[in-house]
Design a protein around this ligand. Sequence first.
Ligand code: ADP
Ligand code: MG
Length: 364
Amino acid sequence: MASIQAIEQTSVHQIQSGQVIVDLNSVVKELVENSLDAGSTSIEVRFRNHGLDAIEVIDNGTGIASEDFESVALKHYTSKLRSYDDLESLGTFGFRGEALASLCALSQLYIITARESDSPRGTRLEFEVSGKLKSTSTIAAQRGTKVIVEKIFHNLPVRKKELEKNIKREYGKVLTLLQAYACISTGVRFSVSNQMPKGVKTPSFSTNGSAATKDNIIKVFGSKSLRDLVSLNLQLEMQTTTYAVSTQSDISSHIVKVEGHISRPVPGEGRSAPDRQMFYVNSRPCGLPQVAKAFNEVYRIFNISQSPFVFANLVMDTNSYDVNVSPDKRTILLHDQGILLESLKESLVNLLESEEQSVPQIRP
Ligand code: ADP
Ligand code: MG
């Protein structure tokens, strides 16, 4: 027998799933993004034992049509993307059709869902490890979808132990992530709670569906801790030159907008650590270490001993960045990052200079 053999399909699925669902954070991120993609205006996230026993995400979105029950958790089945060419114009968080399939491979997944026309009747779905539909049953349910993830990583013992060992820290990271989604999601009520075994449900934070990001920020973090915020409304002109083989070089320019809020650049208004800084690209929460560095550097010119609170959404052409770098979509590749950073720093210096001199607003 030849020594090189194909890996059996179930094992391939489990190996790949471990890259999509890497930790507690990715479970929650995928489920919340699905709820947002379904047009929900209310999203409740319930943890049991910080997520070790169960994670439940309950939304009031479109629900799932019965024709889709068979394929909802199959790998690479999605309602959001048909072909590679659609990727650039995509308006949803999800597009790979991998999250639910991966959760079937690494946890016990249940879905309860009802369309507007079915409510108050809904359907409870159970799945096999492969993502194949195992059974359905009728159950009372309001319009929307409830996804329940139990026994996360039960078949990946090392990862499960790591998660249990570091659960407090991991749960802290999840809350930070949920805060980022709650602050940017105008018009969506978020509520997050945890319940310990035999304990009562403890609310973590909630928002009330306001149309303004600043209201969300105040609901999430409290008005006292934020003090005086300055609005960010920067327009960065991005000039890029492409040198063609022909004699003509092509200079093109486009605008990147930076919207949001930053602490007023005077002593006492910042924070002792860069612990509350949220960055987004077209409202998608993401880590942008270089952009964060630029914000902190410029802020410290004005307030040397503190770091700013930052909430910054970069609004740009969908073809000027790439989210499809890793299966968990955490890494975003910004084309022309160097030009963007230079332009950002210059605009920030101008803004903070003028805000430093203006009279601070009266605090509520
Ligand atoms: P993707 O989000 O990349 O499409 P997922 O595995 O996360 O892949 O979800 C598969 C499909 O299941 C989605 O395309 C969507 O049609 C449906 N779905 C998942 N979660 C929800 C939800 N909360 N509400 C409505 N539909 C959902
Ligand atoms: Mg998804």
